[in-house]
Design a protein around this ligand. Structure first.
Ligand SMILES: Nc1ncnc2c1ncn2[C@@H]1O[C@H](COP(=O)(O)OP(=O)(O)O)[C@@H](O)[C@H]1O
Ligand SMILES: O=C(O)[C@@H](O)C(=O)COP(=O)(O)O
Length: 420
C-alpha cells in the first residue's frame, strides 16, 4: 500500500516532487487526476502524486479537485499527505493555496500545518517569511509580471492571510537553526493550534530539520524541497523507470512565460529549428495555425533529423503581463493540439515547458500514469507514459515537464542526452 499521498497543483510541480521522492527512496508514480490502480513499473508504489491543473482554476473547483484527490489517495491506502504548490508560491489574486490547505485540513481533522515553499537547490529561500528567488525578493523577481500568477508581494504571511480562515504565523529561522525539537515545540505550543505556520528555511539542512519536526503531521504543505527530509523504504534502491518509447523524433513545446524559459528559448533558437506561436494567427484560425505548426515540425524531422524542433509562445519580446485575457487559453489549446497531432505523426519524446502548458498537453494526450525516469536538472525528470489517441491508438511517449524557472540555459538542446 502506498504510504504517502501528494496533491500537486500543477503538472510540472507533480514531476518535480516525484523526482525528489524517488531520490529519497520512495517508489513513486504520478497520476493524472485521482489514482486508480497505480503501480510503479509493476511494483506497489510507496508514494502517489496526483497531478492537478488547479493552480489557476476558480477556488471552488481547485478545492473540489483537491478533495477528490485526497479521498482517492486515502482509498488507495495513503496515510500521510503532502500538498505541493509552487516554490514561488504562485497563486492568483483570489488564491487557491489557502482554501485548498483549509479544506484538506478540515477533511483530515487536523488542526493546522506548515507552509514551506523553500527549495534552495533552485534558489528559493524563505527568511522572516519573505520569499527570495536567488538574490531577489519574489516581488522583485520576474514572477512580478507573470501572465496568470503575478506575484506582487514577497511576504508569505501577507499573501496567505487573505486566502485562509486560519491564523497565519511565523516559525523563524532562529528556531529552525535550534533544531527539530525546537521547531516541534514551536508548532505544538497552544498559540500554534489551528494555524498555518510559515517556516523559514534557507538551506537543505533547514528543510531536513523541518521535515523531522513535522513527521507526525497528517498533512504538510510546500514545494518539493521539503521532501528532501523524507526517507522512503527503499533509500538508495528505489529504481527509475526506463523509456518505453525508445529513440524517435522529439519536439519542444514551450508555453511558459517565465524568465528562465525565455532564456532557454533564446539559446535554443540559434541551434534548433523553431517557430513562434503568433496570437493573431491563433485567434484568426486556430485549426489552420495548428496545421501550419505541425507541418513545420514534421518537415524539420524530415530535413533535419536529430535536432528536435521548438514551438514557443514567449521569448521576452512580448509584454505578457498586459496580454489579452484569451491569450493563455489560446496558447495552451494550440500547444495541446500540436502535441496530439505530433504524437499521432510519430513523436516519441516531448519536452514541455510550463506547468499550465504541461497540464493542457498531458491531459490532451490522455495519459494516465507517469513513471519517473532519469533526472535532467533539479526538479525536472524524464517521465514515461502512454498517450491514448483517437480511435483507441495507444503510443508510448517520453515526457519532460519543465517548470518555468527550472533548468540551465542549454536545457532544450541537452535534455535529450539523459534518455540515451
Ligand atoms: N506571449 C504570451 N502572452 C500571453 N500569455 C502567454 C504568452 N506566452 C505564454 N502565455 C501563457 O502563460 C501561461 C504560462 O504558464 P505556465 O505554462 O504555467 O508556464 P510558466 O509558469 O513557466 O510561465 C500559459 O497559460 C501560457 O499559455
Ligand atoms: O515548485 C516549483 O517551482 C515547480 O515545481 C512549479 O510548480 C513551477 O511551476 P511552473 O513555473 O508553472 O512550471
Amino acid at each position: 500500500m502506498p504510504y504517502l499521498g501528494a496533491i500537486a497543483d500543477d503538472f510540472t510541480g507533480a514531476t518535480d516532487l516525484a523526482t525528489m521522492l524517488v531520490a529519497r527512496g520512495f517508489r513513486t508514480v504520478v497520476t493524472v487526476g485521482p489514482p486508480g490502480a497505480a503501480s510503479a513499473d509493476g511494483e506497489e508504489p510507496d508514494a502517489v502524486v496526483v497531478a492537478l491543473k488547479s493552480r489557476t482554476a476558480p477556488v471552488d473547483s481547485a478545492v473540489r479537485d483537491s478533495l477528490a484527490a485526497l479521498h482517492a489517495l486515502r482509498d488507495a491506502g495513503c496515510r500521510r499527505f503532502y500538498f505541493k504548490y509552487c516554490s514561488t508560491f504562485d497563486s492568483t489574486p483570489e488564491g487557491n493555496i489557502g482554501p485548498v490547505a483549509d479544506a484538506l485540513l478540515d477533511e483530515l481533522g487536523a488542526p493546522g500545518t506548515v507552509v514551506v515553499p523553500a527549495f534552495p537547490a533552485t534558489g528559493r529561500t524563505v527568511y522572516r517569511a519573505r520569499l527570495f528567488v536567488h538574490d531577489d525578493l519574489l516581488d522583485e523577481s520576474p514572477m512580478r509580471n507573470h501572465p496568470l500568477t503575478p506575484m506582487r508581494d514577497a511576504h508569505l504571511g501577507r499573501l496567505l492571510a487573505p486566502q485562509t480562515r486560519r491564523p497565519v504565523r511565523l516559525v523563524g529561522h532562529e528556531t529552525v537553526r535550534a533544531g527539530a525539537d525546537a521547531v516541534r515545540r514551536a508548532l505544538h505550543e497552544p498559540s500554534a493550534r489551528g494555524t498555518l505556520s510559515v517556516v523559514d528555511a534557507i538551506t537543505d539542512e533547514d528543510l531536513r530539520t523541518v521535515a523531522a519536526a513535522t513527521d507526525g503531521m497528517p498533512l504538510v504543505t510546500g514545494a518539493a524541497g521539503l521532501a528532501l527530509g523524507l526517507s522512503g523504504p527503499h533509500e538508495g534502491t528505489a529504481s527509475r523507470a526506463r523509456s518505453t518509447a525508445g529513440p524517435g523524433p522529439g519536439v519542444i513545446l514551450s508555453g511558459s512565460a517565465s524568465a528562465t524559459t525565455r532564456e532557454q528559448v533564446r539559446h535554443a533558437r540559434g541551434r534548433l529549428p523553431h517557430r513562434k506561436l503568433e496570437l493573431t494567427a491563433l485567434r484568426a484560425d486556430l485549426d489552420g495555425a495548428v496545421a501550419a505548426l505541425t507541418a513545420f515540425v514534421r518537415d524539420a524531422w524530415h530535413t533535419d533529423p536529430g535536432r528536435p524542433p521548438l514551438l514557443y509562445a514567449a521569448d521576452g519580446t512580448e509584454e505578457t503581463s498586459e496580454a489579452p485575457p484569451d491569450a493563455a487559453a489560446l496558447i495552451e489549446s494550440a500547444l495541446a493540439r500540436c502535441a496530439v497531432e505530433l504524437v499521432a505523426a510519430g513523436a516519441h519524446r516531448l519536452l514541455v515547458a510550463g506547468g499550465e502548458t504541461s497540464g493542457a498537453v498531458v491531459t490532451a494526450l490522455g495519459a494516465g500514469t507517469l513513471r519517473v525516469g532519469a533526472p535532467i536538472a533539479p526538479g525536472v525528470p524524464w517521465v514515461h507514459t502512454e498517450a491514448r489517441l483517437a480511435g483507441g491508438r495507444v503510443r508510448p511517449v517520453d515526457l519532460a515537464l519543465k517548470s518555468g524557472n527550472f533548468g540551465g540555459r542549454s536545457m532544450f538542446t541537452t535534455a535529450w542526452e539523459e534518455l540515451a
